[in-house]
Design a protein around this ligand. Structure first.
Ligand code: DAH
Length: 348
C-alpha cells in the first residue's frame, strides 16, 4: 500500500488522519489491520517520517509539529484497536448464531474401546478353569532367580539360564524378568494347603531377537494341580476339557515326550488341527497342532515347595496364550499383539 509521501510542514493533518480512519474502517480481518498499522505506525511509517522531518523545521514550528505527529499516532492506534474489537465481536456473533453449523449432518462416530484379544482369551480361560475348581493366582514379573530357575529344578548350567534368554535385573543375578509363569508353582505350594488347582495367567519376558513368532514379552497361563495320586490320566482329562473350552468341540489329542526340568515325565501335547481335515498351513500339513507342554510335577519341585513327594503328586502345564490368540484369529506375527496399533486392535 502506498503511504502518503507528504512531510512537514503539514498542509492538512486532518486529511492524513481521516484517510487512515477510512482505511481502518474497511479492514475485514486482523491481517489487513496489521498492514494499515505498519503503514502509519511502523518503523518507516507515516508518523515516523513526520517525526524524522521535525529537525528540518524552523525552531518555532517544531513543538507544534511534534504534538501533531503524536496526536495522529494516538488516534490511529485507537482506531485500529476499536476496529479489531469490532471484528472479534462479529466473529463471535457469527459463531453463536450457528453460521456454518448443519444440524442435519450425522454425528461424529463415538470411539468405543474393546478388550484386547489376549484379555479376552485370558478371561475366557479363567472362567473355564474356575468352573473346574481352579483358583486364579498372580505372581511377580520381576522374579527371584530362585523361583524362576532353582526351585524349578533348573540347574545352573541349563541353557535357559543363558543371558541370551533371560533379562537379568541386577549385577548379582538374583533378580530376573520371569521367563515363564512356572515360578508361581512353587510360590503357590509355599502358600496353599493341598489339595489345590491353580492357573496363573501373566506376562513373561525373554531376551531374544524378535521375529514373527518370538517377542521379548509374551503371555502364558500356567496350570498346577496338586493332590493325592495325581496321574497322567488326570492331566489328559483336564486338557481335553481345556480344548473343548477353546475350540468348542472334542479334538483328538496325543502326547509326545518332552523334556522340562520341572516335570517328570514331561510331554508335548498335540491336538488334531481344528482348522482342517487333511492338512493346512496352520498345522503345517501335519493335521496336528502343538498345544502345550505339560507333565507330572518333578519330586524336586514338590520338595522345594515344602511338599512330601511320597504323599503329594501333581501335574502342570504351560499354555502359550499369545500363540493361542494367534491361532484363534489367524494372526501371523506375534509382534502385532503388543504393538499398541489401534488399526490392529480395532478388529477385536
Ligand atoms: N515353563 C515352560 C516354558 O515356558 C513351559 C512349561 C512346560 C510349563 C512344562 C509347565 C510344564 O508347567 O509342565 O517354556
Amino acid at each position: 500500500m502506498a503511504g502518503p509521501d507528504r512531510e512537514f510542514p503539514l498542509e492538512n493533518d486532518e486529511a492524513t488522519l481521516e484517510r487512515a480512519q477510512q482505511q481502518i474502517l474497511v479492514c475485514q480481518d486482523s491481517q489487513a489491520l496489521k498492514a494499515v498499522e505498519r503503514e502509519y505506525l511502523g518503523k518507516k511509517g507515516v508518523v515516523a517520517r513526520l517525526l524524522a522531518s521535525i529537525p528540518q523545521l524552523a525552531p518555532e514550528q517544531r513543538p507544534q509539529a511534534g504534538k501533531t505527529a503524536n496526536q495522529i499516532k494516538q488516534a490511529v492506534a485507537q482506531a485500529i484497536e476499536a476496529r479489531q474489537r469490532a471484528l472479534d465481536a462479529a466473529t463471535l456473533e457469527a459463531e453463536r448464531s450457528g453460521a456454518g453449523f448443519d444440524a442435519s449432518l450425522p454425528p461424529a462416530r463415538a470411539l468405543r474401546g474393546s478388550l484386547h484379544p489376549l484379555t479376552q482369551v485370558t478371561r475366557e480361560l479363567e472362567d473355564l478353569f474356575q468352573s473346574m475348581g481352579y483358583q486364579v493366582l498372580d505372581g511377580p514379573e520381576v522374579e527371584l532367580d530362585y523361583y524362576n530357575f532353582e526351585a524349578l529344578n533348573i540347574p545352573a548350567d541349563h541353557p535357559a539360564r543363558d543371558s541370551q534368554d533371560t533379562f537379568y535385573c541386577d549385577e548379582q543375578g538374583h533378580f530376573v524378568m520371569r521367563t515363564h509363569t512356572s515360578p508361581v508353582q512353587v510360590r503357590a505350594m509355599e502358600r496353599l494347603t493341598p489339595p489345590y488347582r491353580i492357573v496363573v495367567p501373566g506376562k513373561c519376558f525373554r531376551q531374544e531377537t524378535t521375529d514373527a513368532s518370538h517377542d521379548h514379552t509374551f503371555h502364558q497361563m500356567e496350570g498346577l494341580v496338586v493332590g493325592v495320586d495325581i496321574s497322567v490320566a488326570h492331566l489328559i482329562g483336564a486338557m481335553k476339557t481345556l480344548l473343548r473350552g477353546i475350540f468348542k468341540r472334542d479334538l483328538e489329542i496325543r502326547l509326545r515326550p518332552g523334556f522340562f526340568p520341572f516335570v517328570e515325565p514331561g510331554f508335548e501335547l498335540d491336538a488334531r488341527c481344528p482348522f482342517c481335515q487333511a492338512g493346512c498351513s496352520v498345522c503345517k500339513r501335519t493335521t496336528w497342532i502343538e498345544l502345550l507342554p505339560c507333565g507330572l510335577v518333578h519330586p524336586n519341585v514338590l520338595r522345594a515347595g515344602g511338599l512330601d513327594p511320597e504323599q503329594w503328586s501333581g501335574f502342570a502345564f504351560g499354555l502359550g496364550l499369545s500363540r493361542l490368540v494367534m491361532l484363534r484369529h489367524g494372526i501371523d506375527d506375534i509382534r502385532h499383539l503388543l504393538a499398541g496399533d489401534v488399526r490392529f486392535l480395532e478388529q477385536f
